[in-house]
Design a protein around this ligand. Sequence first.
Ligand code: IFM
Length: 398
Amino acid sequence: MTRPAPDFLWGASTAPHQIEGNNVNSDWWVREQHRPGMELSGDAVDSYHRYPEDMRLLADAGLNAYRFGIEWARVEPIEGHFSRAELAHYRRMIDTALGLGLTPVVTLHHFTHPRWFAEDDGWLHERAIDRFRAYIEATTAILDDVPWICTVNEPNMLAIMTTMSRAARTGDTKKWLSPTVEGVARPVLPNPDPEIGRLLVEAHHAAREILKQHTDARVGWTVACQALTATPGNEAKLRELRYVREDLYLEAARDDDFVGVQSYSSQAVDENGILPHPVSPDSTLTGAAYRPDALGIAVRHAWKTTDNTPVLITENGIATADDSRRIAYTSEALRHLFETIDEGVDVRGYLHWSALDNFEWGHWEPTFGLVAVDRETFERHPKPSLRWLGDVARRGRP
Ligand code: IFM
């Protein structure tokens, strides 16, 4: 087995809205209150205040990287008014990570928007890209020494969410599906409008240009890689669907420093489209099929479609209440990942989703964390999987 480079990142990932708590100026805060069936993020797991403890747990376990995000709704709660205090908060997070020997991998946009942005047409506003550019410019003040920056998380899922929100607004449909969870019978999300996808590509390229000018970071974005496969005879349908749902975004990463691969499961495509995940006792708590092999499929496809852009696994994990299953899933996923390294794919690191059990976009039940959190006391309880992943990191391979 090829040994990865000594600076291979071994870590875990989070997103601000899912862990910080009280993200009151964001569109998701509003959405949670108005959509029946959604739980509230509330205090989340109070990582806004407890991030030093969270980072220390990862570092003590043996991990060397932490992916976390900066929350646009906090940094710019009113258009054009940038909060120095919030920027200083995120700078303290970067310094804390560096001080603990954790390489910070910083995401600048992870599904949420300031309310003012969302309520004024969001990505469909004619000045949306300029607005995003202004936010990115503001963040460059605190990004010194950050070696990895992700501009937009899962733009392909964001495009689906934006497509669904627009349809709900224009009355085309009232149905808004959770981006990640629909219980046991998980319906297939609609295709994103490619025009919205192209807008997000433009936003990513604009952000990349600013970040390359003002920082020394490697810059990329992180794509939800769905490991789609064709049933016999349906290769053309697979290519068509994969383009609008994934390849548009992977192709946009061709000139990036890296592409973030995020993989959880795999789905087949037949002549009518993507087949829903089968309802099975093996399904994960988000309703996805148990498919640790998806990571290998996803990495090979991303490597080819981006014309060999270096790969960073920015998310991979499983929603389960059984931590031994998390270890089994991750161990197999890593075996598939290392096969791709043996084949010559340039993989720079593996960041597990997620560091903490967290708010899964309207739901608390699907637990992805290496660390459990008591939501009354906010006490952290590391799971065996954290120690296990730390041991893998120390060894440098699965
Ligand atoms: O929790 C999400 C994350 O925000 C984006 N990628 C998928 C994760 C698990 O569903």
